[in-house]
Design a protein around this ligand. Sequence first.
Ligand SMILES: [Zn+2]
Length: 235
Amino acid sequence: MQHLDPDRLVLLALSEETEGPGESGHLNECAVCRHELDALRTVADLGAESEDLRDLPAPPEHIWRRVEDGISGETPAAAPLERSVRTRRTRSRWLTPVLAATAAAILAVAGTVTVDRFVRRAPAETVTARATLAPLPRVPGAAAGSVQVLSDGAMRIDVRNLPLTTGFHEVWLIDPDDPTKMVALGNLPDRPVTVLPVPPGIDMNRYRLVDVSDEPHDGDAAHSGRSLLRGTLTY
Ligand SMILES: [Zn+2]
């Protein structure tokens, strides 16, 4: 199904153009476009109510031109021409800064919506293995995490409430049958979710113990021995 053009949804949200029969039909059937139009209308309302309009950036030229066309471009067919033109001019002068700001705000949202649409269309990531990370003894019990191994070989690590460190947190894969065998995957930056590539050729059935350690900045690449979280991958 062909969705409505995002630029067109912007103009519909601004109520500067009315839906054509094909568009109404599509909007009746398509929850995606209806949702986007609703979101754009919400922003349009916010833009119209905002008092700090001049602080917003100017919209790109092509959008602005279409917005202007929407205001003054059509020749009214039925209404008395003169009165209609005067109304439109008055309205145009009054609405111009509002519409400029609104179009800028909507454009930002439209970009997000387009990205969102793209992401929703992307094939779902396949999770090939997962683990729940639990705190080791002497680590605060609120510390926790989870791991997903994705089909493209990356590992997504989600951690929370890790104890503060003067060093850094590092992720390891360990062979539970021989815990001296381990592979460092990388550091965890200070954010909840990190995706780390798993080096090619690693046997994940063997190196199935995921370990998050507290590492000092001591130049020693080996495991510090201070494990914080651990969990075993299951398939
Ligand atoms: Zn649609």
